[in-house]
Ligand binder design. Sequence first.
Ligand SMILES: C[S@@+](CC[C@H](N)C(=O)[O-])C[C@H]1O[C@@H](n2cnc3c(N)ncnc32)[C@H](O)[C@@H]1O
Length: 311
Amino acid sequence: MIAEDQHRPVLLAEAVEALNVQESGVYMDGTFGRGGHAAAIMERLGPAGRLWLLDRDPEAIDAAEQRFAGDGRARVRHASFGDAVDVLRKDGVHALDGVLLDLGMSSPQLDDADRGFSFRHDGPLDMRMDTSAGETAREWLARVAEKDLVRVLRIYGEERFAKRIARALVKAREAGDLPGTTGELAALVAAAVPYPDRHKHPATRTFQAIRIALNGELDALQRFLDSVIDLLAPGGRLVVISFHSLEDRMVKRFIRGAGEQRDLPPEIPVVPEGLRARLRPIGRAVRAGNEEARANPRARSAVMRVAERLS
Ligand SMILES: C[S@@+](CC[C@H](N)C(=O)[O-])C[C@H]1O[C@@H](n2cnc3c(N)ncnc32)[C@H](O)[C@@H]1O
């Protein structure tokens, strides 16, 4: 049984295997959550191994500090994985043997009504992953231009009724009736959607879109991808688990792009450093098996991609 404050890690054995953990290696888990993956990595590390644990969420960081208090192999840092290079360089780390990202939300974030991530629990419209900074979803909705909201709903939520939902929100705002809770936002969206999807709550896509925009999730992932190759030692592994197609597409394109040697004129016999392939994809995209998908609904949309830094 998973306790209330727990998170059931997705593709646990597969991810740790893909990291190819060496006893004395140096690793980073950029999305600690509640440490399911981190604990499994720790089990494989010897006394000289090191694991950097990052999360944007102060509650996840508290959990990490408690869980690994007194374990000299762990380094807990409250930071976005988008800033991993700066965090690690500041700590004197220049080459990692493996990096794991398990993107998206943890169960404690989704289940806590006060965090405002889920329309299944009525709570304040917050939706910040880092509760110590930035504006809440309500503050953002109070100022966002209608056309920008349409774009966010379309691109990050792939919502076909983006225009209608944005109109309804702006109308409510003009009438001094801006939703203040997750339940009010869900009701507004449900009323604005003419043909609800049979398998999804009508507000699912809107909540996803606002959360991604508010937390700059794709920007953080892009910043991470732009710098991760420099973070990895030759032979170091990159393992990313995504939960929606926007993220997975970014990871897939990145691995493909870094795995290709750039074209050269035939008269250049030796490939210059900057044009060589820098990553080698390891296997194909990995998805959860039937058993895991049955036991853990979150696992159904998970896609894991793995690559290795070339020397
Ligand atoms: C799916 S959970 C990770 C679960 C974890 N692997 C486990 O086994 O418990 C995702 C976590 O990533 C964190 N997160 C999301 N975006 C982040 C970012 N840009 N930087 C750091 N942490 C982030 C969230 O706060 C959340 O705790």
